[in-house]
Design a protein around this ligand. Sequence first.
Ligand SMILES: Cc1cc2nc3c(=O)[nH]c(=O)nc-3n(C[C@H](O)[C@H](O)[C@H](O)COP(=O)(O)OP(=O)(O)OC[C@H]3O[C@@H](n4cnc5c(N)ncnc54)[C@H](O)[C@@H]3O)c2cc1C
Length: 461
Amino acid sequence: MVAASQHPNITLMTYSEVEEVGGYVGNFRVKIRQKAKSVNHDLCTGCGICWEKCPNTILNEYNQGLNLRKAIYIRFPQAVPNKPVIDRENCRQFQMDGKCGVCKEVCQAGAIDYEQQDLILEEEFGSIVVATGFDLFAWEKAYGEYGYGKYPDVISGLQFERMSNSSGPTEGKILRPSDGKEPQRVVFIKCVGSRDDAKGKSYCSKVCCMYTAKHAHQVLEKIEGSEVYVFYIDVRTPGKGYEEFYRHSLEEGALYIRGRVSNIIPKNSSLIVRGEDTLLGRQVEVEADLVVLATAMTPSYGSDAVARMIGIGTDKDGFFEEAHPKLRPVECHTAGVYLAGTCQGVKDIPDTVSQASGSAVKVCALFSVDERELDPLTSSVNESICSGCSTCVLVCPFKAIEIKTVTERFYGQTLQRQVAAVNEALCQGCGTCTAACRSGAINLKGFTNEQILAEVKAACL
Ligand SMILES: Cc1cc2nc3c(=O)[nH]c(=O)nc-3n(C[C@H](O)[C@H](O)[C@H](O)COP(=O)(O)OP(=O)(O)OC[C@H]3O[C@@H](n4cnc5c(N)ncnc54)[C@H](O)[C@@H]3O)c2cc1C
């Protein structure tokens, strides 16, 4: 992040959201909302007195709710710039008609600015790389038998990540959320929501086997005399050095039990994890101080809106669709739009970095020429019979059609009417519009209705 912020050709827009995308390859027009930080970052020294004194505390989203943060806060350690913003939805000054003002009173630099407004910026870009990432499958409702909300010592893998991180809420110590004690027996449950047609997602989340092996290793290394049990369906380790790492966790003492967990019940201050061992063919019960769920990865919340805004297709699970799984894995169907990371499908960091590098090179290649060759198989409108009904505009997945006004002479009179117009730079020749047009006014070049019918006739002769 620091390197990116210091690069002369990179403009880092923090606390900002893309609101609208128009135009096409080489000429994307993007509307960006730069949200009001309520802190003047030119004046702020990042001294920290404001969040020390802020009276309002909220669950810390970055630490997955494992600790609290203030209403004026820096979202994560090593943020760039390392200066706070005010979360207006949780700030007393904004929610209680100005009846607080503590941060403003204590700020020596005079940086607090409650009047700051959102800024709307309009910028032009030649290309777009989408990297909106993933979120975790909401297991809470689907797997009620694992005790969400009832047992604080059942946590997600991401909560474990924050806990075992030295900049996390426990400074790297693995502790039970219920009483802050070090757990002696830790149970990991894999495939919570993955490979589960009935309650979750049918796909494999790919990274859980390896991060669970990492978590098992961390417990065994950090807590002396600890025991680790891992419930699994299969162990999948396709990656350089991955199988060796998994085997290392076995050698360290992690005990793998092949089978799903049916439920978790409390017993005094610990939990009983009930499941089946499909290799031994019998029910098993393991007493645990802490249970960690390896939950499925899903497209990030809001990525459907991003897809609609940019005109990207999605697959059945909501991940952004690449133009071709083998030959064009980083490109979208929309020219000039590229994908990086888990927004396109589940993957780990090395795969994410590889794909992001591929996208960056594609952008460089795009910008290295003055002219682009377009696929000639685009749609074209027969304006004389187009009724301007907009059906094609609504169905076009690439936002390639718009309605324009044409002026015509009719029996000596000048008339204006609306017709569809195809932007050939955006059209990918998918043919959706031709199938939807009720008046048969849109055709794919070289594949008009007459030409296709003639081919069918000839084939049936
Ligand atoms: C518990 C756990 C442990 C893991 N451990 C490992 C590991 O040890 N090694 C490994 O290789 N992989 C690991 N992974 C996988 C790794 O986290 C992912 O491969 C990696 O984070 C993917 O990077 P990404 O950039 O695609 O997505 P993300 O890391 O999700 O980043 C996407 C970013 O985009 C932002 N964003 C989303 N929508 C918008 C929007 N509309 N506008 C602006 N910004 C937006 C998000 O806030 C986020 O910052 C683990 C995953 C989990 C769940």
